[in-house]
Design a protein. Structure first.
Length: 577
């Protein structure tokens, strides 16, 4: 059949029209996508600004504005996942571990690199690799595509929300095998395998070419796993199926694993505490370990009945210690500090959660992409409530006794921290923090000790703002009964606040009467002007100065340290002679 020439023209014209329609449709789709992303970005930023308690506490507003402008310039060209990472990078500028964009809240077509790592006392270790290189399992990972691990973490910090280095390491560990973030950060080239540099135990360095597969096609059987070399599992290994449980470790040690700050519906905390009490009554234990190393938080108040139980055991002379680690986070940090406030040391490794931190998380969803966002609603300053947190801030909670889990112990089924404690319980002592600020509660406790620690019969808490678990509670009760510490007009003692030099002088002069110490003036000289700030304390300051209780000179603009407070108490007692 012959086709007329004008017929070709018609067909060609239709093709041009079709191409034009497709172009218009694609352009409209791009415009819609860009507008939707712009809406999400605007909504994210405006909500962060209006809902976060102090969004610009760690990063100036100008940096947020600049980052938002950078994101806007690529809204129409980047992938959905990269847009999610962009949103995450904006939230991460808050440097708040609780304010973040959830990268798992929408589905993406991602690629899994055929390797994995784990962290042992700050060292990255190869924990999974293709079977051809399985002899390298356990080797130290030193670089990825030529970037040192420190440099890789610095890059990932741009979109991972972390307020301390331990939390950053943990977040990176959770996604270290996903290819796309490396490409987004410029660590890896599009479609190219990763070069993972490892150093084996003999010190030999080797660069491995690590390919990636689509997440849907990934099979764990394709990899050799370090965990398959474990000879056994420690009795204290994390049991993710249980919210909490207790058991005997040996004739003298009782162990409690507390994995979530939440009530177990099948075993309420009060019932659990009754079971623990029965176990303790039936045994002859001298040590109780409560393990928060895998506790990511929840509600800190859930543990209150257990804290009361532990306080009772302390009064019977039983030693108690808490265990913490990099997964200890959020409300579990509060519980760990409470244990310290009760006088119980912490052992293990630095935590992923910070002592003072933004928290009490609320959430919202971006209207178009559906990305979920968590946002802090308040700042939680534990240093304002607990002597144990005095002098600390937005920083990881460090254990009193640092005992890091080793790779060798992991492979042989040993819990490095617990076994070290069981072999030498005497290592469980509070850390020396002689340069930490002296708190009001701690200073009063030292005066109480100087008085011989007389027995106290408390019918009620001496001040309204006490929790009832403080290790120095008898001291505060004694101080109030002796009119040494009177509290403020609202009935609060504020025991965790750093004591001022003037307050220390008042407490010491009042204690001199309680301890029947009546020194004569031993020194002359004027009181430094900086100490003449409160009329009610002037007589006490002058006496303390004359008695030689205050330093001859020094920086009186900052609170006394613990060691300075101890020196003042010793000088007070020396006046008895």
């Amino acid at each position: 059949m012959k086709v007329k020439k004008n017929g070709w023209k018609k067909i060609l014209a239709c093709g041009i029209i079709l191409i034009s329609l497709l172009s218009v449709s694609a352009e409209a789709a791009d415009q819609t996508k860009t507008a939707s992303r712009q809406g999400d970005l605007d909504y994210l930023y405006s909500t962060l600004k209006t809902s976060h308690p102090n969004l610009f506490a760690n990063t100036p507003e100008s940096a947020f504005e600049a980052r938002k402008s950078e994101i806007e310039r690529q809204l129409d060209t980047e992938s959905n996942f990269n847009f999610a990472l962009d949103c995450a990078s904006l939230a991460a500028l808050a440097k708040d571990s609780h304010t973040n964009v959830s990268l798992g809240s929408s589905g993406y077509s991602l690629h899994v690199c055929l390797f994995d790592m784990d962290l042992y006392d700050g060292t990255w270790v190869l924990s999974a690799i293709d079977r051809a290189h399985q002899s390298l399992l356990g080797s130290e990972v030193t670089a990825i595509n030529g970037f040192t691990m420190e440099q890789v973490l610095e890059k990932f910090e741009t979109f991972l929300s972390a307020d301390n280095p331990v939390k950053l390491q943990y977040l990176y560990w959770q996604m270290c095998y996903v290819l796309e973030p490396y490409e987004y950060l410029g660590v890896a080239e599009q479609g190219q395998p990763l070069r993972v540099t490892v150093k084996d135990p003999a010190g030999n360095t080797q660069a491995l070419s690590v390919s990636a597969v689509e997440e849907s096609a990934f099979q764990s059987d394709d990899l050799a796993l370090l965990k398959n070399q474990q000879a056994s599992i420690a009795a204290t290994a994390y049991d993710k199926a249980k919210v909490y449980f207790g058991e005997e470790l040996n004739d003298h040690t009782y162990y409690i694993q507390y994995n979530q700050c939440a009530e177990d519906p099948s075993l309420p905390m009060k019932t659990f505490c009754q079971e623990v009490q029965s176990d303790l009554d039936a045994g002859n234990y001298s040590l109780i370990l409560i393990d928060l190393r895998n506790n990511g938080g929840g509600s800190d108040g859930v543990l209150a009945p257990m804290l009361e139980l532990l306080a009772q055991q302390r009064s019977k002379g039983i030693q108690v210690a808490g265990l913490i680690g990099r997964k200890t986070f959020s409300s579990a940090i509060i519980n760990a500090v409470e244990l310290q406030e009760m006088g119980f040391p912490l052992a293990g490794e630095d935590t992923g959660g910070s002592v003072d931190h933004f928290g009490s998380v609320q959430s919202f969803q971006l209207p178009s992409s559906g990305l979920r966002v968590g946002i802090s609603s308040k700042f939680i300053s534990l240093s304002n409530y607990f002597d144990a947190a005095s002098g600390k801030g937005v920083e990881t909670l460090q254990p009193d006794v640092k005992i890091a889990q080793t790779l060798r112990d992991t492979l042989t089924g040993r819990d490095t921290c617990v076994e070290a404690i069981l072999s030498e319980p005497g290592i469980l002592k509070p850390a020396d923090r002689s340069n930490a600020p002296m708190t009001r509660g701690r200073f009063v406790s030292m005066l109480y000790k100087a008085a011989g620690s007389p027995a106290q019969n408390m019918q009620a808490l001496p001040f309204d703002d006490l929790f009832g678990i403080e290790w120095y509670l008898p001291a505060v009760n004694w101080a109030k009964s002796k009119q040494i510490a009177l509290g403020d007009t609202t009935g609060k003692f504020i025991s965790a606040r750093a004591i001022s030099w003037q307050e220390a002088a008042v407490f010491m002069v009042r204690s001199a009467d309680a301890l029947d110490i009546h020194p004569a003036a031993t020194q002359s000289g004027s009181v430094p002007a900086i100490l003449k700030t409160a009329a009610w304390s002037q007589d006490a300051v002058q006496k303390a100065r004359a008695w030689g209780l205050l330093p001859e000179s020094g920086d009186f603009s900052t609170a006394p340290t613990r060691v300075q407070g101890e020196t003042m108490i010793k000088q007070l007692l020396a006046l008895r002679v």
